[in-house]
Write a protein that binds this ligand. Structure first.
Ligand SMILES: *Cc1c(COP(=O)(O)O)cnc(C)c1O
Length: 417
C-alpha cells in the first residue's frame, strides 16, 4: 500500500509542524510547565509502539503479542522505582490530570471529602477546584496561602483538616515558587488519618535531580506528569507504597483507562534513564540557580515577585505595581520572543481570564544550556518590554536579539534546519 510522507499526505499539517519547529527554536520558552523532550524520547513516541494494544499489566494482558511491550513497561517501572526510591510505579496514566483522577478513584467514593490547594493560591484544577470533576464529584475543601507572605498557610491546612477529615489530602502546586514542606503535610495527614498525595507534576525532575526535597517517605502516594521538569513524553505516573499498589493499579486500569500509550511508556523509561545521570543532576540544580538569578534581576528592575523570590523553577510576578495587566504583558513578551503565561496572583482583584500576574520558569531555557549570563539578559529584556509594552520598535529589536541568542543555544529535540 502507498505510504507517502506527511508533507505529501497533508501539506497543511506538515507546514504547521514546520512552523512550530521554527517557533520553538527561535523563541524563549518560559512557561514553567513546558520543556523539550530529548530526541531519544521523541523517537520512542513516534515509533511503531503506537500501534499496539496492551490493556492490563505486564504478564496479565488481555491481548497477545506483548513480548516487547511487557519488557518496556517493566523497564520504565524498575527505573522509576530506583530513581525515586519508591515501592511501586504505575506508568499508564495518559497525563497528569487522569493520574490524579485515578488517585481519587482508588480511595474515594463520590461525595467523599477531599482536600487540596485552591487554584487562586497556586494549586491545580484537579486538587478540588469547583469547575473540575474533582470539585464536582467530591466534597472538596480548599486551603490557600497566607495574605502577608503568600506562603502555604499550614495553620489553615491543619484546622481545615481537623474540621473536615478528608480521605485524601493533596499537596503540590502549579504556580508556587517555594519548596513544598512534605513532612509538615505528612504530620497533618497522619493526625486526621488522611492519605497524603504529593502531586509533583511540576517538580518531578527537580526531585529526581536532588534540587527539591523528595516526598518519598512522607506521602503514601505521589502523582506526576512526565513532560515538565522530568523532560519525558507527555504522560503521567503514580508512585506509591506497596500497600496501595493494588488500589492504584486497579484504579488506572480497568477503573479509568483502556489501553496504555506504549510509545509514551517507552519515552518515560528513557527519561528515567537520563534522569539518573550526573548531567541531569546538574541540569536540575541549574534550573533552580537560573530561577534565582532571574528573580534577582527582576527584583532589581523593580518587579514585585509573589513570596519575594523563588526556591524552585518558577517565578510569579505581580504586575499591579507596574500598572500593566498580565495578559497585555504576556502578549507583548510573546511578540518579543519570550513566551510566558498570564496568571492570577494570590488574592487577585482582577478576573482569572484577565489577571494581575505572569508566571514564568526556567526548565526549558536551562535545557538549552543557558546560564546566569543569559538570565541577566533575559531579565533586562523582560523589564524593558513590560515597562514599555506598546513600543513595537523595541519589541522587534528584542525579538531579533533573542533569535540570535536562540541560534547559539539549540533546543534538544528541535531540529534546527
Ligand atoms: C500540570 C499539572 C497537572 C496536570 O497535568 P496534565 O498533564 O496537564 O493533565 C496536575 N497537577 C499539577 C500540580 C500540575 O502542575
Amino acid at each position: 500500500m502507498a505510504d507517502p510522507h506527511l508533507a505529501e499526505v497533508d501539506p497543511e499539517i506538515s507546514k504547521y509542524i514546520a512552523d512550530e519547529v521554527r517557533r520553538q527554536h527561535e523563541k524563549l520558552r518560559l512557561i514553567p510547565s513546558e520543556n523539550y523532550a530529548s530526541t531519544a524520547v521523541m523517537e520512542a513516541c513516534g515509533s511503531v509502539l503506537n500501534n499496539k494494544y496492551s490493556e492490563g499489566y505486564a504478564g496479565r494482558r488481555y491481548y497477545e503479542g506483548q513480548q516487547n511491550i511487557d519488557a518496556i513497561e517493566k523497564l520504565a517501572i524498575e527505573r522509576l522505582k530506583a530513581l525515586f526510591g519508591v515501592d511501586h510505579a504505575n506508568v499508564q496514566p495518559y497525563s497528569g490530570s487522569p493520574a490524579n483522577l485515578a488517585v481519587y478513584f482508588a480511595f474515594c467514593n463520590p461525595g467523599d471529602t477531599i482536600m487540596g490547594m485552591g487554584l487562586p493560591s497556586g494549586g491545580h484544577l484537579t486538587h478540588g477546584w469547583k469547575v473540575s470533576i474533582s470539585g464536582k464529584y467530591f466534597n472538596a475543601i480548599q486551603y490557600g496561602v497566607r495574605r502577608d507572605d503568600h506562603r502555604i498557610d499550614f495553620d489553615q491546612v491543619a484546622s481545615l483538616a481537623r474540621e473536615h477529615k478528608p480521605k485524601v489530602l493533596f499537596c503540590g502546586t502549579t504556580a508556587y515558587s517555594r519548596i513544598v514542606d512534605f513532612p509538615k503535610f505528612a504530620e497533618i495527614a497522619r493526625e486526621v488519618d488522611a492519605i497524603l498525595v504529593a502531586d509533583i507534576a511540576h517538580i518531578s525532575g527537580l526531585v529526581a535531580g536532588g534540587a527539591h526535597p523528595s516526598p518519598v517517605g512522607h506521602a503514601e502516594v505521589i502523582s506526576s506528569t512526565t513532560h515538565k521538569t522530568f523532560r519525558g513524553p507527555r504522560g503521567g505516573m503514580i508512585m506509591c507504597d506497596e500497600k496501595h499498589r493494588k488500589a492504584i493499579d486497579r484504579a488506572v486500569f480497568p477503573g479509568l483507562q483502556g489501553g496504555p500509550h506504549n510509545g509514551t511508556t517507552a519515552g518515560i523509561a528513557i527519561a528515567a534513564k537520563l534522569a539518573m545521570t550526573d548531567e541531569f543532576k546538574s541540569y536540575a540544580h541549574a534550573v533552580v540557580d537560573n530561577s534565582r538569578t532571574l528573580s534577582e534581576v527582576l527584583l532589581s528592575r523593580g518587579f514585585d515577585l509573589v513570596t519575594g523570590g523563588s526556591d524552585n523553577h518558577l517565578i510569579l510576578i505581580d504586575l499591579t505595581s507596574k500598572d500593566v495587566p498580565g495578559k497585555v504583558a504576556a502578549q507583548a513578551l510573546d511578540r518579543a520572543g519570550m513566551v510566558a503565561n498570564y496568571n492570577s496572583v494570590p488574592f487577585d482583584t482582577r478576573k482569572p481570564f484577565d489577571p494581575s500576574g505572569i508566571r514564568l520558569g526556567t526548565p526549558a531555557i536551562t535545557s538549552r544550556g543557558m546560564g546566569s549570563d543569559e538570565m541577566k539578559r533575559l531579565g533586562n529584556w523582560m523589564g524593558d518590554v513590560i515597562e514599555d509594552v506598546e513600543n513595537e520598535t523595541l519589541v522587534t529589536r528584542v525579538a531579533g536579539e533573542i533569535k540570535d541568542l536562540c541560534d547559539q543555544f539549540p533546543a534538544p529535540g528541535v531540529p534546527t534546519k
